[in-house]
Ligand binder design. Structure first.
Ligand code: ACM
Length: 261
């Protein structure tokens, strides 16, 4: 599978600009099977009022962001994973969708909301999903989910070969931690972060960029800058993630002792 990370600087409250910018970076990158975009990329991150969420959230299967990305996926025969603020009958969610040439595959609602996200979004109530696609088995989680190793573990136990991880990172530890998430689960991981700063209503967020791809032995395949809009394209041999054998005596999954944990 060939995957492209699109690291961009979302401008808060400017979805048309942000989607156009993402499309331009996607267009300029090498042709891929999968494109990953950051968390909340159309709207930005630093909400100060629930009214802003109301104004900027979009349904998972309609709306300008979905329509633009679905058209791109159809035309280029590619799958796209991206984060957005979701408007649903049940409320507003910090969500990520995967869509492909034939439209929406599925949507995950972030279960571990970070800090002030709790003021603006409801937490998801369903497990992080694994999608069995023609390009590979994709597990999907969002940003702060990395802090809870159970999420990556459960994706791997359910067969994910690659963890797709749209993010808006404000803590410095995630890029190094994801080496371990990949190592301990023998899976690839694709963390796609944003860059830039948002100062709104007395709240400041500085995003660390450093989007990266990691291999199933914890090896860093590529890491982007901390401060530039840019893309990285990597070729992943996903079958490497199916072999959980560490040595003749240890299979990473069958050696687990959940009855003792
Ligand atoms: C985060 O979960 N966006 C820090």
């Amino acid at each position: 599978m060939r995957a492209t990370l699109v690291q961009l600087d979302s401008h808060f409250g400017q979805p048309r600009r942000n989607v156009e910018r993402a499309l331009a970076l996607m267009q300029a990158a090498a042709a891929s099977d999968l494109i990953v975009l950051p968390e909340l990329f159309p709207c930005g991150y630093t909400f100060t009022d629930p009214e802003e969420v109301r104004a900027l959230a979009e349904p998972a299967n309609s709306g300008p962001t979905f329509e633009a990305l679905a058209a791109y996926a159809r035309t280029h025969r590619v799958w796209i994973a991206y984060g957005f603020a979701e408007r649903a009958a049940e409320g507003f969610f910090n969500s990520a969708s995967v869509l492909g040439p034939d439209g929406l595959v599925g949507t995950y609602r972030k279960m571990h909301l970070f800090s002030r996200e709790n003021l603006f979004f409801a937490p998801g109530q369903t497990p992080a999903p694994v999608y069995d696609l023609p390009i590979g088995k994709l597990g999907l989680m969002i940003c702060f989910d990395w802090y809870f190793p159970e999420v990556a573990r459960s994706l791997a136990l359910r067969g994910a070969q690659v963890i797709v991880h749209p993010s808006n990172l404000v803590l410095p530890h995630c890029p190094q931690a994801m080496l371990t998430r990949s190592l301990e689960n023998r899976v690839f991981s694709l963390t796609c972060d944003r860059i830039g700063s948002e100062h709104r209503g007395g709240v400041e967020h500085d995003f660390i960029g450093s989007s990266q791809a990691v291999g199933p032995r914890g090896e860093l395949l590529v890491r982007l800058s901390g401060d530039r809009e840019e893309t990285a394209t990597v070729d992943l041999d996903l079958a490497q993630a199916d072999n959980k054998r560490l040595n003749p005596h240890n299979d990473l999954f069958t050696a687990r002792r959940p009855e003792l944990y």
